[in-house]
Each structure stands twice: as structure tokens, then as C-alpha cells.
Design a protein around this ligand. Structure first.
Ligand SMILES: Cc1ncc(COP(=O)(O)O)c(C=O)c1O
Length: 396
């Protein structure tokens, strides 16, 4: 007897996600198959997570090996895989201290707690964090308050105080919102969930200068942009600045849930008892992250993502030339979006299922493309051919 997984899911899962009617069963590289063995080019990459593609041998081997050594212990102790990945992150970034956790929101929560602790100790109790409209920082109550998208916030009001959301890419708005209560500004280098919003040249440099002038911290949420996504190892390198605190998750484990927040020494103000988590530093997750990170460094995956991103963007430009209903294509590295003149992204996504490519509907009028960072050129080509076929159905 075969199971109707989608009917089962509708019955027993919380219906808080508008699930796409496909049941994914297995993946290899940048291709993924459903339970009826239909193949798709995966332009979603597990939501910008599967940096090396599905079931990469490095990940398979790391999971297999570590699962026979030690799977879980506790941050009460020193754990070798946690120390190895933390050491490698520090050696390859501008940061000095690391806290390992399990997801993006957890990394951001920790970063905000660190900034508040800094505010208490060094800024006369300042606690407010300024974030951007159209940002996305996670789904806890505090990160919902940080996320500048009212439709995520309204169902859960009242939200925890201490966050102000101002327009992105607007230095004057940040300046106007800064008061003696401000301890930090938190931004994504490129807004992902907000629609692949790339700031103009100089914006992040101006933010950095403003934070320095005011003595407040700059937190960069690199949960989506970190570990090569923008074509540089860290998003901050793309924009020529250094944050005080940086958060990571998604691509760090290549598919295994792992996150981290890192800070420079001057704001590493946590003391015993200030923060903790059960699963953070989990040896299985950290050994995998360490293996993925080594591979990323040794094979210049950020450089690969940069070249592939340019190749993808040139293919997207050709689609724009062909279809007058495309208003804009944009991207940095392998974080890209196609904007339409009308709200067709949900319908397009359904059409893409038929033609065999997974894309993400990031806005009613935009799709996002964020494949594995090592996606081969032939899979980019094939994905674009399948997207092209789906787009053809929208010609009037
Ligand atoms: C920039 C950014 N920050 C934070 C998060 C939240 O990460 P998680 O879903 O792992 O909690 C996301 C998730 O999409 C993200 O894109």
C-alpha cells in the first residue's frame, strides 16, 4: 500500500506553511526527485542551505564518521569538533569569539543578547536594536520584532520591545532612529527573504562609520549570505566593511542544522551563565560543519559561486530580453531574483513543477534562485531551460 503523504501532512501537521504539492524523496548534487521519481533541478537548495548540493560525499562521510564517535554531549565540556569549527571560523574571519548553536534565529537571538549585554555594561543600559524593513531574522518572538515585515508581526503582537524597523538602504533613516537607548544596528548585507535587496555602494560603509561615531555595535546577519553565497566567503567582504558581531547558519552545515554567532574581542562581554543551549556545539553538527567549511576553503567555493552567479545572471538577462513581463533581474553570487510586472510568482512556481525546476516565490511578483554553491554549469543551463518553458506559458 502506498502512503498519500500530502493528505497525511494536511491532517497532522500545523498548516502554517503553504506547502507546495510535491513530496521530495531524495537528492543528489543540484537535482532532487519526488516520491514518483520525477526529477527537478533544485534552484532552492534547501532554502540556501545545501551549499555543496544534496548528499555531497564530504557531508555523508563526516556524518557517518562522527556518528560512530560521539553524537551529543554538552557545552559544559570542551568538545573537539566544536573547537575545530570555531577555530577555523575565527582564523578565516575578522572575528575572535564564537558561540555555536543550531539555527539562524538562535544565532540572531544570541547576537542581540550579546549587544544588549554590551549596552548594559558599556552604554549606560542602552538596549534598542535598529533593524531594516523587509529584513528577515527568524521566527522567535524577539526575531519577529526584529524582522521588519508587519505581516509576520501583527498576529503575535504585543512583541518584545527594544526593536525599531527603518527603511533599508537609507542611512538617514538609521541616523534618525538612533538614540541614547540604541546599542546596535542589525542588518543583512543583502536582504534575502525581503526579495534579494542589494544595498547601494557605500551604504554599509556609511552604516559602519555611523556605528563607530556613536560607539554602537554593528551586527551583520549572515545567516543567508555567509559561507560563500554572495561570491565572497563572508558577505561583509563584498561590501568592504567589518561588523562587530556576525551570525551564521544555513550554508554552514551544508544541510545539517548548525548555526553560530561570532564577535570581535571588544564586545565579547558574556560572562558565566549569560547564555547557553542544549544542542549548540553538538559534535555531529560541528564535525559536519568543519568538513563542509574545509571543503569550501580548499575548493574556493566562494570564487566558484561568484563565477556561477555571473553565468546564472547572464542567463536570467536573456530571459528578461525574451519575456516583456519580466521587469528586473538581480543577484549577487548565487542569491538571485527575477521580478515580474504582475503577481505571477505563485502560478509560475506551479508551472515550474510541471517543467521540472524548483524555484522560491519570494514575493507575489518575484522568484528567488539560490542553488547549491557548486552547481555545475549544465544544471544551471537545464534549470534555465525548464524555467524558460514555464515562463512561456505566461506570454499573452
Ligand atoms: C537572513 C536570515 N536570518 C535568519 C534566518 C532564520 O534562520 P532559521 O530559519 O534557521 O531560524 C533566515 C532564514 O531564512 C535568514 O534568511
Amino acid at each position: 500500500m502506498t502512503t498519500d503523504w500530502q493528505a497525511l501532512g494536511k491532517k497532522i501537521l500545523f498548516n502554517c506553511t503553504n506547502r507546495i504539492p510535491v513530496t521530495l524523496a531524495r537528492g543528489k548534487g543540484s537535482r532532487i526527485w519526488d516520491d514518483k521519481d520525477k526529477e527537478y533541478i533544485d534552484f532552492v537548495g534547501g532554502w540556501a542551505v545545501c551549499s555543496l548540493g544534496h548528499c555531497h560525499p564530504v557531508i555523508v562521510e563526516a556524518v557517518e564518521k562522527q556518528s560512530k564517535i560521539l553524537v551529543q554531549s554538552s557545552q559544559l565540556y570542551y568538545m573537539i569538533p566544536m573547537l575545530q569549527i570555531a577555530d577555523s571560523l575565527v582564523k578565516n574571519s575578522c572575528m575572535n569569539r564564537v558561540f555555536m548553536c543550531s539555527s539562524g534565529l538562535e544565532a540572531n537571538e544570541g547576537a542581540v543578547k550579546l549587544a544588549r549585554r554590551y549596552g548594559k555594561l558599556k552604554l549606560n543600559g542602552a538596549y534598542e536594536v535598529i533593524t531594516a524593513l523587509d529584513s528577515f531574522h527568524g521566527r522567535s518572538l524577539a526575531m519577529t520584532a526584529a524582522t521588519g515585515q508587519p505581516h509576520y508581526q501583527e498576529p503575535y503582537e504585543p512583541l518584545p520591545p527594544g526593536f525599531k524597523n527603518v527603511p533599508f538602504n537609507n542611512i538617514e533613516a538609521l541616523k534618525a532612529a538612533t538614540t541614547e537607548k540604541t546599542c546596535a544596528i542589525m542588518l543583512e548585507p543583502v536582504q534575502g527573504e525581503g526579495g534579494v535587496n542589494i544595498p547601494s555602494d557605500g551604504y554599509l560603509k556609511a552604516v559602519r562609520a555611523w556605528c563607530d561615531e556613536k560607539g554602537i555595535l554593528l551586527i551583520l546577519d549572515e545567516v543567508q549570505t555567509g559561507v560563500g553565497r554572495l561570491g565572497t566567503l563572508w558577505g561583509y567582504q563584498t561590501f568592504g566593511i567589518e561588523p562587530d558581531i556576525m551570525t551564521l547558519a544555513k550554508g554552514l552545515g551544508g544541510g545539517i542544522p548548525v548555526g553560530a554567532f561570532l564577535s570581535k574581542e571588544h564586545c565579547a562581554v558574556f560572562q558565566y551563565g549569560d547564555h547557553g543551549t542544549t544542542f549548540g556545539g553538538n559534535p555531529l553538527a560541528c564535525a559536519t560543519a568543519y568538513a563542509v567549511f574545509n571543503y569550501v576553503l580548499e575548493h574556493d567555493i566562494p570564487g566558484t559561486a561568484k563565477k556561477s552567479g555571473q553565468y546564472l545572471l547572464s542567463g536570467m538577462e536573456k530571459l528578461k530580453d525574451k519575456y516583456p513581463f519580466i521587469s528586473e533581474v538581480r543577484g549577487r553570487g548565487l542569491l538571485a531574483a527575477i521580478y515580474f510586472k504582475e503577481d505571477i510568482s505563485q502560478a509560475l512556481l506551479t508551472r515550474c513543477l510541471e517543467t521540472g525546476v524548483l524555484v522560491n516565490s519570494v514575493k507575489p511578483n518575484a522568484i528567488r534562485i539560490m542553488p547549491a554553491l557548486n552547481i555545475p554549469a549544465k544544471d544551471i543551463d537545464e534549470g534555465l531551460v525548464r524555467l524558460d518553458k514555464a515562463l512561456a506559458g505566461f506570454l499573452k
